[in-house]
Design a protein around this ligand. Structure first.
Ligand code: PLP
Length: 401
């Protein structure tokens, strides 16, 4: 985005303070994990308690079981799960498992979806890959990349064409962000996720919902609860670690049982199930269960969308604002509806850059990319959103001619 990068000193509630003492309303929330506000007292207390017992044991703890049981309860499609330390680890391990289960190699993903930085997942990826405009995946062997096929999001016809061309019987898994948050925010159209479920059932393909971002953000049970579609495997991260490094993947028992040591598919991690991270995750999920902030998220994010749309008319700037639960998306495009990566790329990146820098200048820290979502936490209020809209109006009425 240009400008000077800000370095954070501390964060409380909905605000960040940088090393120079500037205070910002935070709409990034560590790219998703901070859903109960920064420095959440309950999470700090739980992590502090765990800290007194030691930082890592390389062996199971009851905390790991407690978090796993909580996740299985809240996301019923997960019958068994494995903790890892990041979303990237979760997706790459889920794919290995799907390949072993189906004895097939090909992976289908969707353009603009980001599933972490494993070799096979950088093809047509969103997030930083989209932001930096990296064309393919330098450093990824062509023989690896050719096993990944990427299709336009929300386009079942293209998916079916691809499956006929490569042979559906060669496809191990379809991995999808059920709410796509890494090309800006793009929602699944009616029937899209259901169609993926049907295609996978018809061809014995493993359906992986990558809910690293959408998990516990678009509903307590994730996108699979919101859209009532059950995947075979789910990958999680971000929110389940309460701000500490955690990922997890899980799902159908017959597939998960293939993981070592009960099965032969190897996966391991020195710090997986780390007690501090587990304590943070337990506290975070318990708070979400108790507080049920989801109706409030819905109200706030819909309010934000409505206000942004009104603002667009007032200032005559083409804006497509969208929201889902606690996720917010903004495109500077004439399109009224962004349904895939091709549409997302019509966003005016120069306009976004001006907007981003002006918002930062006015004390609003947004995701520094035209191809990322923004995140609310329970610390965000309607008043903060009103201030956001005023600042956005300033930003958009001072555009360079
Ligand atoms: N999957 C999705 C949907 C993500 O949004 C991300 C990160 O943003 C990842 C996977 C990778 O997670 P991590 O950055 O923890 O490796």
């Amino acid at each position: 985005m240009g400008g000077k990068p800000i370095f954070i000193n501390e964060a409380h509630g909905a605000t960040l303070t940088d090393v120079d003492g500037n205070i910002f309303y935070d709409f990034v929330n560590s790219w998703g994990p901070i859903i109960n506000g920064h420095s959440c007292p309950e999470i700090i207390e739980s992590v502090s308690q765990a800290l007194m017992h030691g930082t890592s044991f390389g062996a199971p703890t009851s905390l790991e079981i407690e978090l796993a049981e909580l996740i299985c309860k809240l996301v019923p499609s997960i019958a068994m799960l494995r903790m890892v330390s990041s979303g990237t680890e979760a997706t790459m391990s889920a794919i290995r498992l799907a390949r072993a289960y189906t004895k097939r190699d090909i992976l289908v993903k969707f353009n603009g979806c980001y599933h972490g930085h494993a070799d096979s997942l950088l093809v047509e990826a969103g997030s930083g890959v989209a932001t930096l405009g990296i064309p393919g995946s330098p450093g990824v062997p062509a023989d690896v990349a050719k096993l990944t096929i990427s299709v336009e999001y929300n386009d079942v016809e293209s998916l079916n064409d691809v499956l006929s061309r490569v042979g559906a019987e060669k496809v191990a898994a379809i991995i999808v962000e059920p709410v796509a948050g890494n090309m800006g925010l793009v929602l699944p159209e009616d029937g899209f996720l259901q169609a993926l479920r049907r295609v996978c059932d018809n061809h014995g393909i493993v359906l992986i919902f990558d809910e690293v971002m959408s998990g516990f953000r678009v509903a307590l049970g994730g996108a699979q609860a919101r859209y009532a579609v059950t995947p075979d495997l789910t990958t999680l991260g971000k929110v389940i670690g309460g701000g500490l490094p955690v990922g997890a993947f899980g799902g159908r028992k017959d597939i998960m049982k293939m993981l070592a040591p009960s099965g032969s598919v190897y996966q391991a991690g020195t710090l997986s199930g780390n007690p501090l991270a587990m304590a943070a995750g337990i506290s975070q999920l318990k708070l979400l269960e108790k507080r049920n902030p989801y109706p409030q998220f819905e109200e706030l994010s819909n309010y934000w969308v409505g206000q942004m749309r009104k603002l667009a008319v007032r200032v005559s700037v083409p804006i497509c604002a969208v929201a889902c639960g606690s996720l917010l998306g903004l495109f500077f495009t004439n399109l009224s509806h962004v349904r895939n990566y091709r549409d997302a790329k019509t966003t005016n990146a120069n306009l976004f850059k001006h907007f981003y820098l002006s918002m930062l200048d006015q004390g609003f820290y947004l995701a520094p990319s035209a191809f990322e979502s923004n995140f609310l936490s329970t610390a965000h209020t309607k008043e903060m959103l009103d201030s956001f809209i005023s600042a956005a109006e300033n930003a958009l009425t001072s555009l360079p001619k």
